[in-house]
Write a protein of this length. Structure first.
Length: 375
């Protein structure tokens, strides 16, 4: 379950909390931009922004935010010594926004319902959060992770002063913009339009002296696993675990069912593989994994897959099997350029033999391709 689902649950239970988000990163840092951590009033956390020194100090800041409701936007610098303590190669910087999310504010409830809906439907959307002015302060990490006073936001520092409403930026300046440009939330529509076209990856964007954190949702991608055999059964939990929406398809209901694929987002039983891709929403964020029970089915699916805009097409099998499938499709009019899109044999070369090992090699390749797309 992703952190947005957990946030929605907390709000449904009328529990307010502090939310910490990494909004920029330079150099080496344990987690990427967009990483989130919920800090509850009992000091327990949900999610992580990297652990260690950074997380400990952000937790302290979050407890202050829970007390006074004022957002904090702070830059943390890692020296070489601190980087070594966090098992990083070299130092770097991250900027973290910490703000109060009020469960009694109906706009927060609606916003996170919209976010989880967008994630569930895999619809392209961007979450835009306004960064309060006057809150940007620098703070090197304390060597022991807890010692020293955490710098406080001074009264009267722009939008972070005493006049700031308790809701922080989430209540004042946050919205979700869907791919059809539908605006959900309280951000001024003119600002949302001015920030368009929205970035392909999370980043800070300036507009008229204001700073916004704009992040795309649903960019983890959807993995369509064709075939529900032993490899697929080991693969589906792993793809879900690393954030892919996971859909399993097989024409055998005794194999493609919820009992065998509990973690899959969807299990589909087409009448045959001949038109299995028809009706699926395939785009650049789609990853097609062909691991059926035979060469003929893989060839049938590869023929269909090459006609899509899928960002990844992988086919299991030996090089000899792959070449035989390619030769058959070449006679149907496909070119070597078409086959350049295909990862086959599928997976990274790690000497995998068992279904479990093969699944790991496939997921590793999917992660690498996704990372390259999101750079």
């Amino acid at each position: 379950m992703c952190i947005f689902n957990r946030i929605e649950e907390l709000l449904a239970g009328k529990e307010s909390f502090a939310l910490a988000v990494i909004v920029s990163r330079f150099g080496s840092a344990p987690r990427d931009v967009g990483s989130r951590m919920v800090v509850r009033r009992d000091a327990s956390i949900i999610g992580t922004i990297g652990g260690g020194l950074l997380e400990a100090q952000v937790q302290r800041i979050a407890m202050e935010v829970l007390g006074d409701g004022k957002p904090v936007f702070r830059k943390f610098s890692f020296t070489a010594k601190e980087a070594a303590q966090m098992a990083m190669i070299c130092g770097g910087e991250v900027e973290v926004l910490v703000y109060f999310v009020d469960a009694l504010d109906a706009s927060n409830v609606v916003l996170y319902q919209q976010i989880t809906e967008a994630l569930r439907l895999r619809k392209r959307a961007w979450l835009i959060t306004g960064i309060p002015q006057g809150c940007r302060t620098a703070a090197p990490l304390q060597a022991d992770g807890m010692g020293g006073a955490v710098p406080r936001v001074l009264p009267g520092s722009g939008n972070c002063g005493p006049e700031t409403p308790a809701g922080g930026p989430a209540a004042q300046l946050q919205c979700l913009v869907k791919s059809d440009r539908t605006l959900v939330g309280q951000l001024d529509d003119r600002i949302a339009q001015a920030l368009s076209p929205y970035p392909a990856k999370a980043e800070l964007v300036s507009h008229e002296s204001n700073l916004f954190f704009v992040e795309p949702l649903c960019n983890e991608g959807t993995v369509f696993i064709f075939g529900a055999g032993h490899v697929s059964q080991k693969l589906a939990p792993l793809t879900a675990m690393v954030g892919f929406q996971t859909v399993v398809l097989d024409d055998r209901r005794e194999f493609a069912n919820r009992e065998r694929f509990e973690t899959a987002d969807d299990v589909i039983v087409p009448s045959s593989f001949e038109r299995a891709i028809d009706g699926l929403e395939i785009n650049e964020q789609s990853y097609l994994v062909l691991v059926t029970r035979g060469h003929a089915h893989d060839k049938t699916l590869l023929r269909q897959a090459l006609g899509t805009k899928a960002g990844y097409i992988g086919m299991i099998g030996s090089r000899r099997k792959r070449d035989a499938v390619y030769e058959a499709l070449r006679k149907e009019g496909f070119s070597p350029h078409d086959f350049d899109r295909v990862f086959s044999p599928i997976g990274l070369e790690i000497g995998a033999e068992t279904p479990e090992e093969i699944a790991v090699s496939i997921v590793a390749e999917l992660i690498r391709v996704r990372a390259e797309k999101n750079q």
